[in-house]
Design a protein around this ligand. Structure first.
Ligand SMILES: Nc1ncnc2c1ncn2[C@@H]1O[C@H](COP(=O)(O)OP(=O)(O)OP(=O)(O)O)[C@@H](O)[C@H]1O
Length: 450
């Protein structure tokens, strides 16, 4: 072996050893990627949002179905500590809610140089509430009641555990199709609940209360109540109540919100109490739980979905779109029996800005029967930048014809590179890099032993 070759090998060895040390410091021994690979079998993609990709996986020791969310280190905005280890706030908040029935259970987490892998329970078969609503255009008042009641109880329990979710929306609720129980997911924007105001926000702007756009401040519980109002309105109408920040800030001046389906006066009353412009006049979480509409005895999941089946038999039977979720049955995973009860449709997401289509100039309900509904998940839209936020705040403060919608669109042109696809390809590359590094590590391990 010539001297330059030997020197090159020594250099490589040194850098590998340094890398191994880094991995060790990073917790590779107990929470590294190789441990993850040993414990879980990663499968196809399950869903994706603006900040991460979620995969289906199976725990190899007992074939438990799990979901694995990968979040990039660079996307982590808030950090916390668990047993002395620095982790994203998302993991910490999930851990704090581990005993709450309506919150997805955190099973495990791993740290790799590029980010974190969060292992969660995965109800099977399940569907997220966005797809559930989209598949039907809208859901019945009884179904909305069944789901909303559970979600509000969960949010209240989180608050009692001093956890504020801050991104309550249909995309972040998973429904177990066997039992109908809801699980709150995505604690990526969650933080510790406090009495004082918050001046930072990472959630979804169309679910955000007006005080944020007008004053860049909000109170935790009051903002949660607003989001719940948006969620309930959306469930019943199949569309969001507000199209943009301007709508959010000015809708109260135009009278009651329009309803595109016949619903009870009780639920309308509840929605208007949740979507009260003044946060100090807005109803509390406790008041929602005590509202006569919420306190009604819910119908059973069997009954609610039986009606669906009856309706469905008169429709085309082949139109069963939950295949994305139920398609798992062809896998070698443990199979469970499930009722084919709910139908959802998959349509390509197209909207770039507005997802709701509320009347922006007046609140007159349309004569024609409502057809349109939200096409794209809000999380797949690029999150607003601080420049966009400033533009919105500025616009909502200006009592002129200034068009916030256009202003935001213009600002958005600059940030085209932030498309979710770009984020996702980064995520996948990061995972692939981690996998090849693990293989490299194994080789170097053998080399070092030699
Ligand atoms: N534990 C789970 N079980 C089943 N499906 C899940 C689970 N976790 C996530 N999903 C699916 O993956 C999607 C994306 O998950 P999640 O909202 O956590 O990602 P995200 O990148 O944080 O999204 P966002 O941009 O809204 O913050 C969800 O809408 C849901 O469909």
């Amino acid at each position: 072996m010539t001297l330059p070759v030997l020197a090159k090998k020594m250099k490589k060895l040194a850098s590998l050893q340094f890398f191994n040390l880094k991995l060790l410091l990073n917790g590779e021994s107990s929470r590294g990627f190789s441990k993850f690979k040993k414990n879980y079998k990663l499968k196809a993609e399950l869903g994706r949002g603006g900040f991460g990709v979620v995969y289906r996986a199976v725990r190899t020791s007992d074939n438990t179905l799990v979901a694995v969310k990968f979040i990039e280190r660079s996307n982590v905005k808030e950090w916390a500590r668990i047993n002395g280890e620095q982790v994203p706030m998302e993991i910490c908040m999930l851990a704090k809610c581990s005993k709450i029935r309506g919150v997805i259970r955190l099973l495990d987490w791993y740290s790799i140089p590029e980010g974190f892998l969060i292992v969660m329970e995965r109800p099977y078969p399940c569907i997220d509430m966005f797809d559930f609503i989209k598949g039907q255009g809208k859901i019945s008042e009884e179904m909305a009641h069944f789901l909303f009641r559970q979600i509000t109880v969960t949010v209240h329990e989180c608050v009692q555990n001093r956890v504020l979710h801050r991104d309550l929306k249909d995309e972040n609720v998973v429904i177990d199709l066997v039992t109908g129980s809801t699980k709150l997911i995505d604690f990526g924007a969650a933080t510790v609940l406090r009495r004082s105001q918050y001046s930072d926000f990472q959630g979804t702007r169309l679910y955000c209360p007006p005080e944020w756009f007008l004053h860049s401040l909000y109170l935790g519980r009051e903002a949660a109540v607003w989001s719940l109002g948006v969620l309930l309105y959306n469930s019943l109408n199949g569309r969001l109540p507000f199209r943009n920040e301007k709508d959010i800030c000015t809708a109260h001046l135009l009278g009651p919100l329009p309803f595109f389906v016949p619903v009870s006066s009780e639920v309308k009353d509840l929605i208007s109490k949740c979507l009260t412009f003044d946060p100090f006049q807005r109803c509390s979480l406790e008041a929602i739980l005590n509202h006569p509409w919420v306190k009604q005895q819910p119908l059973s999941w069997e009954l609610l979905t039986k009606n669906k089946v009856q309706k469905k038999t008169s429709m085309e039977k082949s139109d069963d779109h939950i295949s994305e979720t139920l398609g798992e049955q062809s896998e070698t995973e443990e199979e469970r029996s499930h009722p084919t009860t709910v139908s959802t449709s998959k349509q390509p997401g197209t909207s770039d800005e507005g997802v709701g289509l509320s009347a922006s100039s007046s609140h007159t309900p349309p004569k024609k029967q409502h057809k349109e509904h939200r096409m794209a998940k809000t999380s797949l839209l690029a999150p607003p930048t601080s420049v966009e936020m400033k533009a919105a705040v500025q616009a909502s403060k200006t009592p002129t014809q200034f068009n916030v919608h256009t202003a935001l669109k213009n600002q958005r042109q600059i940030k085209k590179h932030q498309s979710p696809h770009a984020v996702n390809s980064t995520v996948l590359t990061a995972l692939r890099r981690a996998m090849s590094r693990e293989a490299q590590n194994r080789i170097s391990g053998v080399f070092l032993q030699d």
